[in-house]
Design a protein around this ligand. Structure first.
Ligand SMILES: *Cc1c(COP(=O)(O)O)cnc(C)c1O
Length: 960
């Protein structure tokens, strides 16, 4: 027996689930001889890559983690007092392990299918309640991408709602964090909004202003009383947005009590690691009157079909997937998982615990300031929460040097240093800082004793919070670890995730999120790094970015990437702003028309609107393809002001359109640029590429194609790749030098977006290598065509390529079932009884389901899913033939809860067995929807976006 001592486990066999025997069977079902023949018949020859990708040899999981550990050691974990919106924090172990590191939470999808998502909906409702209570506002959403973009959304909301006719001015306090001002600048520009940056105590607001933004506590740490500012603003119809530190609001009078119209900020310091800039959740709170103008997702209370308490996403008619270019924002993927963590942090600590944490931080800040003053330093901040500024004069360099020797980062600007404390700061840390500052001044250690008793707040009496917060039982019940653990688990158990079954969501690519890819994100060398840490401390991150940039550039065929956009929609916005900068740089200021096919994802028109573009819709043909004649006509009609085309490839219909090269050429010939929406990259990697088809820019949804988990609605990353002529315009940053010649200003708060999760995609590519990635694409296409072969005998499949193949996804037409009363949602809800999450409903075609299996699902699972859909088709046929009742049937009444089928009464015309266990496999692994079908309109009619009082749903479920 010969022994192979070089054997290494091959990760691609873990990621791609289909084995050789199954492949053969699947090919037979499809009716092709080989995978390569299928690919030939699917992807037009003229757009195929001529060469395999040039990527490093694939690493095993163990080897990858060992190598990455070395890279990680190039990051220096210093004690950070840099602040500026990023604070060290302690993630409670029970939340770290059972939420962040738990696939039961992180592999969930956005809670569109509410009946199997009540756990995360509740966790997000807790988040909203926490935000509403702490800010003193009336309504909050369930997270935005970061503080800076939340501020920009607030500015834009005020602009849209302004009563000051024609007002274009927006007052911006100069004491906002620099990155926030940068993003406001980016957003203001296309609309001709003028940012008036200045001192809030000096500015005279008038009717030329539509809004104003101030920060609380301000960027220099000072806590101002803005009451009269807000009053003066309101007298002139000027709305006031406040960027507020949520933790400080446990001690400070909340903005809602002194006149804020909108309050935004980050929730990062509620137990979510800094991670070199993200991901973390931003919040957005406002008055009830503005509820229909709020950006992003809102969770609301409603009832289910049994009149029980239930939750779902509310007021969706504001959102891009419905309103398109008229939407309140382009937000799709947000930061759900991180919002959930922040909400749990508040649940675990409760109001008392949060206050103790805040008081300690504040007390330590006072202690530090007092001691520094005692040894002769000038402290510039008078009333503060956690951040002080100290004048160092000519001692600056010496202080800086000793701090670096002690592995401490402070924030230096000129001769002033800013020191921000956080939850992890302890008395010993303050003693050390005090010793350093005394030593540099030449003061003996024994004279520099800290005063550690009788510490009093420096917050003026009028700004000390007196109102209660977090009084709801949920924030006052789960303070022991056992209770918290059980609470987290009880919510998790209500939610279907990839830990249960495949989630075949077209366009969303719910593939494997491998554990080895996830492990490094919580290593302190990655999680504890501040985004503004000195460059020489972050070599590990830079090494990961450089490699990932190189690899993704190779995969897309582009010259360079920007990692700043932290979701796909943000990538679209960033890419369009880059195109805009390119045209302007060439003197083409008037080029502002974006051609967008009617079948585009809602974020496309919404992002184009944000970039100030005029949207011209291009028609689709009967067969789903872009109407090339219409495109040509419109491109020519607008040739003088054409900015770009936004196109998804393969199309949102799941087809590789053969005319794509001609389409791109037409746009270029008329002076436009081609923006490719890269959501469908999972059908391209290794076989074709955006550059190859002729695109100039594209975003990649790393949370689709490149394995970042969906987290129940975020985080994601939407980096953009660009052709050579656009590289110099890629986004810059106000604090960190990104070194591009003609950068547009920032599109995200952090220079590399949600940097820490880039490691997941880095791991995926490193462990798959060229063969693995290319095979992933092939098997994604194989799996889709196998399902198509099985399902098209039961459901008409809309659109396929010229040889009858689909790409990596397919659309099942359910519209004809309407004739006997069955809607596509009935099928979606019925799938829950079979243990499955529905495919994408009614996108891109109303009344259809779009199915995308991905390469990570084995044949066995594809078959289970097909069996479920085929069985449902049988149930529909029974309705059609009259065997089942038209209104009282298993589809209309789906989903069925355990309470439904075990109740003493059962009045339906079908059996309990067929309701809950419709196929044999279901019984072996039953997943019970926790509520019956949710009532959307009930909840929108009487909107409740915070945890209702406990008794209201215990005693009188209907009367919420
Ligand atoms: C998912 C998706 C987007 C939006 O990406 P987010 O990361 O959710 O912002 C855009 N276009 C298409 C086709 C998509 O599938």
């Amino acid at each position: 027996m010969s022994l192979n001592i070089h054997y290494k486990e091959d990760f691609k066999n873990r990621h791609i689930a289909t084995n050789a025997a199954d492949t053969a069977a699947m090919l037979t079902t499809i009716g092709v001889d080989s995978v390569d023949q299928l690919i030939e018949e699917t992807i037009p020859q003229q757009i195929r890559l001529k060469q395999p990708l040039n990527l490093p040899k694939a690493k095993s999981e163990a080897d990858y983690l060992a190598t990455l550990k070395q890279t990680a050691s190039l990051n220096k974990v210093f004690k950070s007092y840099i602040g500026q919106g990023y604070y060290d924090t302690i993630t409670p172990g029970v939340i770290l392990r059972n939420v962040l590191e738990n696939p039961g939470w992180y592999t969930q999808y956005t809670p569109y299918q509410a009946e199997i998502a009540q756990g995360r909906l509740q966790a997000l409702l807790n988040f909203q309640t926490m935000v509403i209570d702490l800010t003193g506002m009336e309504i909050a959403n369930a997270s935005l991408l970061d503080e800076g973009t939340a501020a920009a959304e607030a500015m834009f909301m005020q602009y849209s709602l302004s009563k000051n006719k024609g007002a274009k001015k927006f007052f911006v306090s100069e004491l906002l964090f620099a990155q926030t001002i940068d993003i406001l600048n980016t957003r203001a520009n296309p609309f001709g909004i003028e940012l008036v940056i200045g001192n809030h105590q000096e500015i005279e607001l008038n009717e030329e202003f539509f809004g104003a933004i101030i920060q609380y506590p301000a960027g220099n740490g000072e806590v101002f009383d803005y009451t009269s500012f807000a009053q003066a603003a309101h007298e002139k119809n000027v709305k006031v947005t406040v960027v507020a530190d949520l933790l400080s609001l446990t001690l400070l009078t909340p903005p809602g009590e002194w006149g804020a119209d909108v309050v935004v900020g980050t929730t990062q310091r509620f137990g979510v690691s800094i991670g070199f800039g993200g991901p973390h959740a931003a919040y957005f709170a406002t008055k009830d009157a503005y509820k229909r103008s709020i950006p992003g997702r809102i969770i609301g209370v409603t009832i289910d079909s049994d009149n029980n308490y239930a939750l779902r996403m509310a007021l969706q008619t504001r959102e891009q997937h419905i309103r398109r270019d008229k939407a309140t924002s382009n937000i799709c993927t947000a930061q759900a998982l991180l919002a959930i963590m922040a909400g749990f942090y508040a649940v675990y600590h409760g109001p008392k615990g949060l206050k103790l944490i805040a008081e300690r931080i504040h007390g330590l800040s006072v202690t530090l300031a007092t001691s520094l003053e005692k040894i002769g330093y000038k402290v510039l901040t008078q009333s503060y929460f956690d951040t002080i500024q100290v004048e160092l004069g000519d001692l600056k360099d010496a202080i800086h040097g000793v701090c670096i020797d002690n592995e401490i980062n402070l924030n230096y600007k000129g001769t002033v240093v800013t020191i921000a404390l956080d939850e992890t700061t302890a008395v010993e840390d303050i003693r050390l800082l005090n010793r350093i500052f005394s030593k540099v001044k030449g003061i003996a250690a024994d004279e520099a004793e800290l005063q550690e008793e009788n510490i009093n707040t420096v917050i003026p009496a009028g700004l000390q919070r007196t109102s209660e917060y977090l009084t709801h039982p949920v924030f006052n019940s789960h303070h022991s670890e056992h209770e918290m653990l059980r609470y987290i688990k009880s919510l998790e158990a209500k939610d279907l995730s990839l830990t249960h079954s495949m989630i075949a969501l077209g366009s969303c690519t719910m593939k494997l999120n491998a554990t080895s890819e996830m492990i490094p994100i919580t290593w302190p060398e990655f999680s504890k790094i501040h985004p503004f840490a000195p460059v020489d401390q972050v070599g590990g991150y830079y090494a990961v970015f450089n490699e990932l940039d190189k690899w993704l550039s190779e995969i897309t065929g582009f010259a360079a990437m920007s990692f700043q956009p932290n979701a796909g929609a943000q990538g679209e916005y960033a890419g369009l702003m880059v195109i805009r900068a390119y045209h302007q740089d060439r003197g083409d200021h008037h080029r502002n028309v974006a051609l967008i096919p009617s079948s585009a994802h809602g974020t496309n028109p919404a992002s184009a609107a944000m970039a100030g573009m005029k949207i011209v819709v291009v028609k689709s043909l009967e067969n789903g393809n872009i109407d090339v004649e219409d495109l040509k006509a419109k491109a020519e009609q607008h040739k003088d002001d054409l900015s770009c085309l936004m196109v998804t490839y393969p199309s949102t219909h799941g087809v590789f359109e053969e005319s794509i090269i001609e389409i791109c050429e037409t746009i270029h010939a008329n002076g436009g640029q081609v923006y490719m929406d890269g959501a469908n990259m999972n059908a391209q990697v290794g076989l074709t590429s955006p550059a190859n088809i002729g695109a100039d820019v594209c975003h990649l949804n790393l949370h689709k194609t490149f394995c970042i988990p969906h987290g129940g609605g975020g985080p994601g990353m939407g980096p953009i790749g660009v052709a050579k002529h656009l590289v110099k315009y890629l986004p810059g940053h106000a604090v960190v030098d990104i070194n591009r010649e003609k950068s547009i200003p920032a599109v995200s708060s952090a220079p590399w977006g949600s940097a820490s999760i880039l490691i997941i995609s880095h791991a995926y590519i490193a462990m798959m290598g060229t063969d693995g990635l290319t095979n992933a694409t092939k098997y994604a296409i194989l799996n889709a065509n196998y399902m198509k072969a099985r399902l098209e005998q039961h459901y008409p499949v809309l659109y396929s390529g010229s040889k009858g193949r689909c790409a990596h996804e397919m659309i099942l037409d359910c519209r004809s079932f309407k004739n006997f009363g069955i809607e596509v949602v009935d099928i979606a809800k019925r799938l829950m009884d079979y243990g499955f999450h529905a495919p994408t409903v009614s996108f891109p075609v109303a009344g259809t389901l779009m199915v995308e299996p991905t390469e990570s699902e084995p044949k066995h699972e594809l078959d289970r899913f097909c069996d479920a859909l085929i069985a449902i088709k049988g149930e529909i046929s029974d309705i059609e033939s009259g065997t089942s009742d038209k209104t009282d049937n298993a589809l209309k009444n789906a989903p069925h809860t355990a309470a439904n089928v075990t109740g003493d009464e059962w009045s339906h015309q079908y059996s309990r067995q067929s309701a809950a266990f419709p196929l044999p496999y279901v019984a072996a692994n039953k997943f019970w929807p926790s509520v019956g079908r949710v009532n959307d309109s009930y909840g929108d009619r009487s909107l409740v976006c915070a945890c209702p009082p406990m008794e209201s749903y215990m005693e009188d479920p209907v009367g919420i």
